[in-house]
Design a protein around this ligand. Structure first.
Ligand code: G4P
Length: 190
């Protein structure tokens, strides 16, 4: 997606070879016009695949996932990272370890919001090693729902998230794929 790549080049800052700062339009301040365009782009890619729900993981996935759900006319379900006490029962859970942030959390999805047989499109902001997406796949399998596609705003293509998801039979579409980066340098993959 050309518009997104231009924004990454104009405002993105590679803190090092692994972490890209895009907090001026995606992770902290959110450009809602760009999010609408992102939602439209994902809707064009995944239209016709029979999705019945869009799912994301809080918090930075919510903006692009909401725009996508809007353009596809589907409900959006947000997986939580912390099980609150009132959600202690009737949930599906999977443990996720975030390598980028060095934390571990219980990905939590209320059963009532994911009946068996749902066809789910996962939208997230970043794909790195695929831990969050594999956690979503885990809870969807517990719910007997099917993951029909994964839409990613920015994929760090030099990490193994895409391969790990492909091994599980998941199709990934990324709007921007970064081949390598470093201070002052961001190179996109084909
Ligand atoms: P993985 O799920 O693909 O394995 O990714 P990883 O655990 O490495 O990263 C987890 C968190 O770090 C996610 O945010 C993800 O969006 C974010 N992240 C990964 N790589 C980058 C990066 O290069 N730049 C930025 N800005 N974020 C990155 P999160 O913990 O879910 O936080 P949030 O959604 O509340 O912001």
């Amino acid at each position: 997606m050309e518009l997104l790549k231009q924004r990454i080049l104009a405002e993105g800052c590679a803190l090092n070879a692994d972490v890209l700062l895009v907090d001026s339009f995606l992770n902290h301040q959110v450009d809602v016009v760009l999010m609408q365009a992102i939602g439209q782009a994902f809707a064009a890619v995944f239209a016709g695949r029979g999705a019945t729900r869009v799912v994301t993981v809080e918090s930075s996935g919510i903006a692009p996932a909401m725009a996508t759900a809007f353009h596809l006319g589907l409900p959006l379900v947000v997986c939580k990272k912390q099980a609150s006490r009132i959600l202690a029962q009737d949930v599906w859970q999977a443990q996720v370890r975030s390598f980028t942030r060095g934390i571990q959390y219980e990905l939590t999805l209320k059963r009532a919001f994911m009946p068996a047989g749902e066809r789910v499109l996962l939208i997230d902001d970043f794909l790195a090693s695929g831990e969050a997406a594999l956690g979503v796949l885990n809870v969807l399998r517990q719910a007997q729902a099917e993951l029909i596609g994964v839409g990613i705003v920015i994929e760090k293509a030099f990490q193994n998230g895409r391969n790990r998801l492909a091994e599980q039979g998941c199709t990934v579409h990324a709007l921007a794929r970064i081949a390598k980066m470093g201070p002052g340098e961001i190179v996109f993959a084909e």
